[in-house]
Ligand binder design. Structure first.
Ligand SMILES: Nc1ncnc2c1ncn2[C@@H]1O[C@H](COP(=O)(O)OP(=O)(O)OP(=O)(O)O)[C@@H](O)[C@H]1O
Ligand SMILES: [Mg+2]
Length: 348
């Protein structure tokens, strides 16, 4: 177990800057999740930590040891990739032990680590099976097991669950959470999946174009996103953004006052999370229902407001609307987010 420190990391491929002056300190035993749009540099960053990619500039340390000049095998890391190529002709035991055997570790020690990993991952009953005789989730567990046996200081995961179907993803997500609770290793995890990020992370790092937009606990990012980019990225369905106006310290939408804000008069963006809207006679968000989606326990109502803006509200399952129905919604002032014209959060 160890801390991981990234200092002033830059990475360019030719003239393309992929990571720009990125610094981050990961605590010992912390579970860090990187999120961000496709192409923002998540995999590149992980590959640099692993030693599979060189740095253009900057320093990486694990514990108090600088590692960016060391080959991958000497860094104390293990990486689990999205496409985990298991050796098809080796059984589970052979796949788990291969890297250790290759590194010249003695058989007794290999057996000990392989048995320990297989017990943690529930693979003990299938040690003699070949990969083709395993389900997708079991194969993924073998891939994670190969990382565990190396007893790394830091685990790196690059979208390890994205090839699995929805039910298996949920199952494996919980397995990874349990694994972290048990091993307490430092983990860096890349995902596109909202729920994985929110449920696994001690802290989430939101990246855009190779830069850190915000670092914080899942709830910090949800409650206090620094800008519209983070606000739109965290939370599902995504936050609604509405053009509003500040006048005399009141944030107004279509002439209705939504909340108060000590700012100068002028246009702002009002951020409203779908789950914070409630049906309310004479609520300030008035419009006609364009789409209604019923999911059983909850429903989504898409509302066309008078001034051609629209929003989505997440309601509990007791409501039924039809397209064309009039509907009015309300929100508590404390749930409103206000952003300036540059997208910065100016909520008080
Ligand atoms: N070897 C390379 N040569 C040139 N450009 C590269 C190379 N590897 C990655 N890139 C570019 O660097 C940028 C970041 O890529 P990266 O794979 O890190 O993104 P990502 O955030 O992991 O995206 P995704 O979510 O799609 O996996 C992309 O624009 C990509 O095209
Ligand atoms: Mg990637």
């Amino acid at each position: 177990m160890a801390t991981l420190s990234l200092k002033g990391i830059n990475k360019s491929f030719g003239s393309v800057d992929v990571i720009r002056d990125l610094s981050l300190d990961v605590n010992n035993g912390e579970f860090i999740v990187f999120v961000g749009p496709s192409g923002c540099g998540k995999s590149t960053l992980l590959r640099m930590i692993a030693g599979l990619e060189t740095l253009t500039d900057g320093a990486i340390s694990i514990g108090d040891k600088r590692v960016d000049h060391l080959p991958p095998a000497n860094r104390g890391i293990a990486m689990v990739f999205q496409s985990y190529a298991l050796y098809p002709h080796k059984d589970v035991r052979g796949n788990l032990g291969f890297a250790l055997k290759h590194a010249g570790i003695e058989k007794q020690e290999i057996d000990k680590r392989v048995n320990n990993a297989s017990e943690i991952l529930g693979l003990s009953e299938m040690m003699e099976r070949k990969p083709r005789e395993l389900s997708g989730g079991q194969r993924q567990r073998v891939a994670i097991g190969r990382a565990i046996v190396r007893e790394p200081d830091v685990f790196l995961f690059d979208e390890p669950l994205s090839n699995l179907d929805a039910a298996l993803r949920v199952h494996m997500r919980i397995e990874i959470l349990k694994l972290h609770q048990r091993l307490r290793n430092t983990m860096v995890y890349v995902t596109h999946d909202q729920i994985e990020a929110m449920t696994l992370a001690d802290r989430i790092v939101v990246l855009r174009d190779g830069r850190v937009e915000q670092v914080g606990t899942p709830l910090e990012l949800y409650k206090k996103p620094v800008n519209t980019f983070v606000a739109a990225f965290i939370g599902s369905p995504a936050m609604n953004f509405l053009q509003a106006n500040v006048q005399d310290s009141s944030v107004n939408l279509e002439g209705e006052s939504i909340c108060t804000l000590n700012a100068k008069d002028g246009p702002v963006q009002l951020g409203v999370r779908p789950e914070h809207l409630v049906v309310s006679d004479n609520g300030p968000f008035k419009g006609s229902v364009s789409v209604f989606e019923h999911l059983g326990g909850e429903s989504f109502v898409h509302l066309a407001l008078a001034d051609e803006q629209s929003l989505v509200a997440k309601l509990d399952g007791e409501y039924i609307f039809n397209p064309g129905d009039e509907c009015s919604l309300a929100i508590k002032a404390e749930h409103c987010h206000v952003f300036d014209s540059a997208g910065r959060n100016i909520t008080e």
